[in-house]
Design a protein around this ligand. Structure first.
Ligand code: NI
Length: 251
């Protein structure tokens, strides 16, 4: 069995046929899903989905793009959601200096406050980092809980090593399969006990579906690529990455 450690099941492309999405994933061997929130409303939807499906766990957090719209009491609201059953991590949090949809300073404040929340709750985080390696490492070092996931990892091996030294896991998404990607070289150097797989669906479809709406079942293609890179069987990758996820999320 495979675990998709990062999907956004509440987006309409997936939500409109959620039963079908889960059934197709199961047929591809993907049997567990971490539904990752990006703001208060969709984090509440993650909780609803976790209640509805045994195989779904949720997270709650404010994405860097949404940081500018976080209400004053968002930490209190997140704590409430995170106290519920099957809510497994604080996320999606982080920094995105590529798009800067929220001002960098607001992004840093909201990231720091959520890192402090996760540390106080002793919960893992799911973090996003785009063109913000230095600040992300610095803030994790200072405020982080020391456990969690560098989601859709796209950076260098040096950054991966710094994340791992701080206690974090590295999760690969569909971009691992893209032609001319530098990521296979990075993934080859990550020990299997630190690796996870994900789709980030409905985004980031792997080859041969690049550019199309993504589904959690396609974790399978990311895992197959990773099996090739590490010269092990798909079953080995499935077993190890699912065990890594179970330990991390504590289910
Ligand atoms: Ni995401």
């Amino acid at each position: 069995m495979l675990t998709d450690t990062h999907c956004h099941l509440f987006y309409s492309d997936l939500k409109k046929d959620i039963e079908g999405v889960i059934k197709r994933a199961n047929e591809l061997g993907v049997t567990r899903f971490i539904c990752v929130g990006t703001n208060l409303d969709d984090s509440a939807e993650c909780f609803d989905l976790a209640k509805r499906f045994d195989s779904v766990f949720g997270t709650a957090g404010i994405h860097p793009h949404d940081a500018k719209d976080a209400p004053e009491n968002y930490i209190e609201k997140l704590s409430e959601l995170l106290s519920k059953a099957k809510m497994a991590a604080v996320g999606e949090i982080g920094l995105d200096y590529f798009r800067n949809i929220s001002e960098p300073e607001i992004q840093r404040t909201v990231f720091r406050e959520q890192l402090e929340l996760s540390a106080s709750l002793n919960m893992p985080i799911v973090f996003h980092n785009r063109e913000a390696d230095e600040d992300t490492v610095r803030m994790l070092e200072k405020h982080g809980p020391g456990k969690g996931i560098a989601h859709c990892f796209s950076s260098t091996i040096e950054t991966a090593e710094r994340f791992m030294e701080l206690g974090y896991h590295i999760s690969f998404s569909g971009n691992l399969t893209f032609k001319n990607s530098h990521l296979p070289e990075v993934a080859a150097q990550i020990p299997l006990d630190r690796i996870l797989v994900e789709t980030d669906s409905p985004y980031m479809s792997p080859e041969p579906y690049r550019g199309k709406p993504n589904e959690p079942g396609r974790t399978r293609y990311v895992a197959e690529k990773l099996a090739d890179i590490h010269a092990v069987s798909l079953e080995t990758i499935a077993e190890i990455t699912s065990a890594n996820a179970a330990t991390l999320f504590g289910y």
